[in-house]
Design a protein around this ligand. Sequence first.
Ligand code: AMP
Ligand code: MG
Length: 422
Amino acid sequence: MSKDKVDFIAASCTDDYDPNSMPVEQARRLIRQYLTPVHDQESLPIREALGRVLAADILSPCNVPNHDNSAMDGYAFNGDDIATEIALKLIGTAFAGKPYSGKVGRGECVRIMTGAVMPDKTDTVVPQEQAQVEGESVTFMAGPKRGQHRRFAGEDLKLGQVVLSRGHLIRPADLGLVASLGMGEVSMYRSLRVAFFSTGDELTGVGQALETGQVYDSNRYTIYGMLMRLGVEVIDMGVVRDDPALLEQALITASTSADVVMTSGGVSVGEADFMKLLLEKLGQVVFWKIAMKPGRPLAYGKVGNAHYFGLPGNPVSVMVTFYQFVREALLLLMGNSHPTAIPLLSAMCVDEIKKAPGRTEFQRGILSRGAEGAWKVRLTGNQGSGILSSMSEANCFVVLAEDCANVPAGTVVQVQIMDGLV
Ligand code: AMP
Ligand code: MG
């Protein structure tokens, strides 16, 4: 992608394009315009479709349920028999999976179990708790409404209707829904392949001794975790030194084996120019300084045919930029046409928060229910972008909008819950 094209697209989506301080929402919009979802498809047994994206609409081959049936254990009868006091003759039993095949005449009823087919000429069920049975006589007081406790054929899904649409991400309910149609296989987009590596001369692998000035490479582990939750195929390429030849080789290998290349480190001030030159040689890259904290430096572009995300090096920034930008981008690339945005919840902030206007902040918070049941949030303490323990301790991000300044204690703020985030 050329710089001109970037400028053109940026200008078309907003007038105040500023690559040195791009608002979060604008950067999200800009990334979205470059994403072309995978298109290869494969047929999968339904269980393997969990967390993957449907490549074709699923049409219902039948009605679900496929017959009118009872919603209760009780007695089925003809609603014409409803009177002030009802006494009916018990003539048989209908079980789930074992219908009553006879006819039910006026003044008669059939004992019926939940899920059993409504016998011919019956339309109403009185629950067993409301009935007295003596031998073949069933009586109950007035009150039943005609048609009560009867489930209709097709009330869940109708024959021929679109049950799930192409681009839908399959969740546990969907596995059951597809199974309820009797389908054993579904047509899914292929998995997205993501290759990633860490950059930095100071990085050491776990299990090695740490020399002065070195740090363990933790980013590759958080990135691995976040990618696995998203259900993509991962290619972990380890650590690459800050050496142009090695970085170039690693970027080429990554871009030829994956749909997406992700790196951490090397995009902050000082290192960015060097990385930028390399990326311009191999593809086309837009570098952004996003008006956010943490996570200001973030690169997005292409390396060969692969999409490229250059995440910052600081461990908290890695996670924040992943959740705020990469997560949605990967879901779109997986074919998910409408990725669910991470929901925002209002909560009263117990702490005072210092903040300068001009950037969106994602502080780490701990959300809990107050005594009165209302949500409240406190901060985890040190909010430095290297304090990874703040991410472990937190269960939410406190999202402070760009124009917001200091927040006094007791203010209602917006939070994004981390639990359940993929
Ligand atoms: P950089 O963006 O490369 O300038 O790195 C910014 C900060 O993040 C530095 O303190 C790095 O040591 C640290 N850092 C970079 N990569 C990693 C990594 N993979 N694991 C842990 N810390 C890292
Ligand atoms: Mg570095």
